[in-house]
Design a protein around this ligand. Structure first.
Ligand code: 13P
Length: 250
């Protein structure tokens, strides 16, 4: 039985002071929700203060990206060991990282291995563009992304990962994907590819989130699909009503 998991990807939003004030506002409400795992993913600079504000709660903390190297001349990056004191999770391969910072499938694969080696849970993002969707390439493209991300991993390692299926055309647009279609892509394409790679038992253990314009109003529709195990939430995770969204996922 997969426990639902809702994570908030804050992207480049909130100063450290705003981040701390916000998590103080939502932590009591989120902490009362036992049947759903929740996490917030603030920008790097806010991770220590947010982790501190959430200590002793059931709310997780995640980073939004990470380098795969242990250390070195990588200006602007953070290594896995730098995140470990503050994070349980790390979002990897978000479409914005792939589009704006040239993050490749190969880099995502290396990052997943590095995260696992340091005991961090990767939230591995995949999803097709509007053009690919309209050209009928969703299945082949997303399946390819899953294969590349999980290359050379063992089944045991794969079960430690979370996958987020985020169709790019649904991110930040208010045009959320139809829950049945999204659930079917998650079930047939994402979980189906994981089953090809690691076997059905392993695929059934991996939590797969939907992401793209998720709101307190539509989350219940997604959760009704048996293959959708939660959500990776952008804009709606920045507001106090994120608590209502997580509650509605129960
Ligand atoms: P929105 O919820 O703002 O559409 O963002 C989704 C997303 O990219 C989460 O990673």
């Amino acid at each position: 039985m997969r426990k639902p998991f809702i994570a908030g990807n804050w992207k480049m939003n909130k100063t450290v002071d705003e981040a701390v004030a916000f998590v103080r506002q939502i932590r009591h409400g989120l902490n009362e929700i036992e049947r759903v795992d929740s996490a917030v993913c603030p920008p790097f600079v806010a991770l220590p203060a947010v982790a501190d504000a959430l200590r002793g709660t059931r709310i997780g903390v995640g980073a939004q990206t990470m380098h795969y190297a242990e250390s070195g001349a990588y200006t602007g990056e953070c290594a896995p060991a730098m995140l470990v004191p503050y994070c349980q999770y790390v979002i990897l391969g978000h479409s914005e990282r792939r589009a704006y910072y040239n993050e490749t499938d190969e880099a995502v694969n290396r990052k997943i291995k590095a995260a696992l080696a340091h005991g961090l849970t990767p939230i591995v993002c995949v999803g097709e563009s509007l053009a690919q969707n309209e050209a009928g390439e969703t299945h082949s493209f997303v399946s390819g992304q899953v294969r590349a991300a999980f290359a050379d991993l063992s089944a045991a390692q794969a079960t430690l990962c979370v996958v987020a299926y985020e169709p790019i055309w649904a991110i930040g647009t208010g045009k959320s994907a139809n829950p049945t279609s999204a659930g079917n892509i998650i079930g047939l394409t994402v979980r189906g590819t994981l089953a090809d790679l690691f076997g059905e038992d392993t695929a059934q253990q991996i939590r797969i989130q939907y992401g793209g314009s998720v709101s307190p109003e539509n989350i219940a529709d997604y959760m009704q699909h048996p293959d959708i195990d939660g959500a990776l939430v952008g804009g709606a995770s920045l507001k106090p009503s994120f608590v209502d969204l997580v509650r509605a996922a129960q």
